[in-house]
Design a protein around this ligand. Structure first.
Ligand code: FES
Length: 294
């Protein structure tokens, strides 16, 4: 691998580490016309930031910062990603380096892998120990609810990665994920309950607590915060007599404070169910509540 200087924008560049810094450097170089070899010792790009929830000091969503760069890096024609690889040696001088990169064996066909994780669940090497399954707990679902959940599971039968769509449908039906329904999904998909719960608790859209008929989301992301999002939230808390994260006594509304609804140009933003209220004021949002019956 060699680099011939940036004067004529030719040659190639090696970037070691595909965290947020490495990805941004690669994108800048690739957009400037260089061929970039991006070396990452982990199996995927993203680095430590992909494990974070919020970033200091703005409390912005780490994934919102990272994901666009990961997508751009993943598809950029000038960036060749060498994941699960490490630099072994470097020789040469500025303008003419030779780098030896060791690629580790993945033991999967990278071009076919969708990252579903099923191979891990069924790995004969890792799962040699057999543990007696515990007695199933009663599902605490009425016959009608059990029928509903079974129907939803059946609708997604045979789909790859069906657990998320199934949980979405159950969440849409009940506005939350009743514990019995979660256990039924775990049984039906023969997936450990801990794994179903891990998915259910990862996404904000799922709730393990009963929720109101209508979900109000008040954006507290940076743009909305600057434009008075917290005052909107306070007026809704006063009007509904419930704190953010809570549900009104009549189960009509659940009030949530969320980070960035993805339409910062309309700040401050509130959504009620599927309706988006942009550039909203305290008076208008309180008035809008009348449109949502109990
Ligand atoms: S910060 Fe509110 S929509 Fe992005």
């Amino acid at each position: 691998m060699s680099s011939q200087g940036s004067k004529n924008k030719v040659g190639s560049v090696l970037v070691v580490g595909a965290g947020i810094g490495g990805m941004q450097a690669s994108l800048d170089l690739a957009n400037a016309g260089f061929k970039v070899y991006l070396v990452e010792r982990d199996p995927a790009i993203g680095g430590v930031m992909s494990q974070l929830d919020k970033t200091f000091p703005t409390n912005d969503c780490a994934m919102c910062t990272l994901a666009p760069r990961m997508v751009e890096c993943g598809s950029h024609i000038n960036i060749e990603k060498l994941t699960y690889s490490e630099v072994e040696s470097i020789e040469g001088e500025p303008g003419a380096f030779k780098v030896r990169v060791r690629k580790k064996a993945r033991s999967v066909k990278a071009d076919k892998c969708t990252g579903c994780g099923e191979c891990m669940a069924n790995c004969l090497v890792r799962n040699r120990a057999y543990v007696e399954p515990p007695e199933p707990e009663p599902l605490e679902l009425t016959p009608d609810e059990l029928g509903d959940v079974n129907r939803i599971v059946a609708e997604h039968e045979g789909e790859m990665g069906s657990v998320i769509p199934i949980l979405q449908d159950i969440n849409a039906r009940y506005k939350w994920l009743p514990p019995g329904a979660v256990r039924r999904v775990s049984e039906a998909l023969e997936m450990p309950l801990s794994r179903v719960l891990r998915i259910a608790t990862f996404y904000n859209v799922f709730s393990l607590e009963p929720r109101g008929e209508h979900i109000i989301r008040v954006c507290m992301g940076t743009a909305c915060h600057v434009k008075g999002g917290s005052r909107i939230l306070e007026s809704l808390e006063r009007e509904l007599d419930v704190r953010a994260g809570g549900t009104t006594g009549d189960r009509r509304f659940t009030l949530e404070a969320v980070r960035c609804l993805g339409c910062c140009g309309l700040a401050p933003v509130v959504t009620i169910d599927e309706d988006v209220y942009g550039r909203i004021t305290q008076q208008k949002i309180v008035k809008a509540l009348d449109k949502y019956p109990a």
